[in-house]
Ligand binder design. Sequence first.
Ligand SMILES: [Ca+2]
Length: 519
Amino acid sequence: MNDLSRRDFLKVAGAAALASAAAPWSFAAEPGTKRPNVLFVFSDMQRAYSMGCYGDTNARTPTFDAFAQQGARLDAAMSNTPVCCPYRACLMSGQYAHHHGVMSNSVEFRPTVPCVAETFKAAGYETAYSGKWHIRPPQDAKDPTYGFPAPRTEFGFYKTDRQSANVTEVALKFLADKGSGPTPWILFVSYILPHAPYKAPPGYVEHFKDVKIPPNVPQGLSTDYAKASLPDYYGMIESLDVEFNRILEALDKAGVADDTVVVWSSDHGDMIGCQGLKAKRWPYEESARIPFLIRYPRAIKPGRVIDDPFGSADFYPTLAGLAGLKAPAGVDGADYSAFLRGETDKPPRDYVYLEMQYAYVPWPGWRALRTKQYMYARTKDKPWFLYDVKADFFEQKNLVDDPSKAALVKEFDDRLTSLMKESGDSWDSKATSGDLSAWVPGGIKQQSQNLGVDFPGKAPAAATRAAGGGAGKGAKREAMRKALGEQKAAAGQKVGGGGRRATRKAGAGAGAAKGEEGE
Ligand SMILES: [Ca+2]
């Protein structure tokens, strides 16, 4: 450790307790030592700006906030394709959607590389998975789980279960049985919360009665929608904070916290009225930017904050790198492990490439490029937006038509075009399986999930009227009733209910569940 890093460490660590730990992170990966365990915990539909450690004063997240101080907080972690199945396929394979095939939900996963659990298993790791899977199948023991245990085994629990405790229990049992054993392990824990429907477990929503609405939520329908949704959204996140604490305590009890790489992240975010939009599949920060907190006392400096872009395709090669393993050739992601360990100041890439073929904008969707300072997105037809996310956190000033930024827009556009080409993506990229008829031009998914704003493609007439486009109160009431009614209807559904049938449904892809639950 050089003097500079020691000074930095002491500055951030501060507390005597940490100082007395003799900076264990400086003694990384000695040859011949046991490889670290990996505990990857993630939620569903949790945007980065939803926790105290990410600056959100609405949130009550003491465990996440303390955890962020114990490791690194990544401030530009992005979901390469911010919707359920594409993200999960990306997480497992380290490949972009146009390579692993899952460009939308309900599409067959066709990785052309060994997946993350296969790589760890081949290196002698024990593997385990608990919670929402959503890459079909697995339905029974013969179905592939890409290196994880078969379904319905003790540590192969593939269930979309809104009772988070059920998912946690499997993890706690694993940590008690295997946590301190001689074999290194990799455990994924996958929660469905805070996914819509917005319904917090009992006892939480009361904490968020005075929730503040973000400044990029337009007045009117969008604000009403955010007010109706956010208290439960934050309540669900607080309940996850409690679950995560249970897991961390079990890890401590097993005595292997220093020997384990622990991550908290999410598959994508949720607009909840920001920009006048709902849900995900959007290139805006609330949809595409995800939390990523990582702790590994033997190699990652506590309290580090990283604003370099880091994408979900990078997770697999990076976790492998932290364990001294190598992801196979053919993954699209890059290995950030040397950067996270502080061995270099330069990350392997300075951008994240984002793609969404099946988007709420007209076919064939959008592509985007996130750098440390900017987010640039375009549709096939034209540039859509350029935001300076450093200066304009809530993306309220679109620079794409600003004459003084014309050269910058062109630079981003050229770069995005060449990245598309380099990686073999194109505006003609199409999924090769699954029923995607709802997404083709004129399909029912086009131009939905908006609360009356204008975006590429024409907004539905009803929503335009409701946003104040000349219609009366009746139309507005109707649009609000519809927006909130969809939520209530979804809340009333039995989701991933229980037993064999529910497990099959959860594993069977988006077509298995109604409405947003499938995403
Ligand atoms: Ca999701």
